[in-house]
Design a protein around this ligand. Sequence first.
Ligand code: ADE
Length: 246
Amino acid sequence: MRYDVLTIFPEMIRAYLKEGILARAAKRGLIEVQVTDIRAFAGGAHKNTDDRPFGGGDGMVMKPGPIYRALDSVPRVEENSLVLLLTPQGKRFDQEMAWELSRQKQLILVCGRYEGIDERIRELCVDRELSIGDYVLSGGELAALVLMDAVSRLVPGVLGGQNSTQEDSFEDGLLEYPHYTRPRVFMGREVPEILLSGDHEKIRQWRRAQSLKRTLEKRPDLLQKAQLTGEDGAILEKLKEGAEKQ
Ligand code: ADE
C-alpha cells in the first residue's frame, strides 16, 4: 500500500509515522508513505496557499493552483488510484470502508485547512470525500492519520498474528469482549474464573456473550447490522429479559 499525503504541515504526518505499528510496517516495506508539501507548489514570493473567499465572509480558502500542481506531481501506481479528500462533509469512514480501501494499491489523501478548499479541486480531482466523524477539526491531517492507521492494520502482514484483526471490535459488527492479563487479582478484583478453566469452547461462548452484552449496553444501534447466529439470538433474548426484570 502506498499513501501520498498532500498537506501544508508535512511534519504533522511524519511525526506520527516515526513510531509504532505504522513505522514498523514502513520499515518492512509493507506500506510506503510519501508526504507532499502543498506549499512547495505555491507561487509568488510569499508562497501563499490560501486567499480570501470570493463573495466575502470570514476565513480563508485554500487556493486551487498549489493543490492541483501538487496532485499532478504524485506518481500514479495504478490507473484507478483513488484521490480522497478529508472533510467533515464526506461519507463517514468506518471499518467496512477501511477494508475496502485496504485492497487499493495507492491512496492519495488531500488534507484541507482553513475554511475549506476551492470547490474546483473537489470537482476536478477528487474521487471521494471522507469524514472521520461529525465534528470539525482544524484540518484534514488528523483524519488522514486516522484513515492510514485503520487501513494499514488490515494490510496483510502489518499485524503479527493472523487473527488479530478478525476479533477486533466491529469486525463482525459487535464490540469486543473484555480482556484480562496478570495478575489474577488486582485491587481485589478477580479475573473471571472461566478464563482460567482451559475449556476453549466455554471461553469462546463466554466471550461471545460478553460481546453481545457490551454491544447491547453501549451501542445497541450496531446490533441491527451485526452478523448474528441463532445462538447469538438466544443469548440476546436472555440479556434483554434480564434487563427488563431489573
Ligand atoms: N477536516 C476537518 N474536520 C474533519 C473531519 N471530521 N473528518 C475529516 N476531515 C476533516
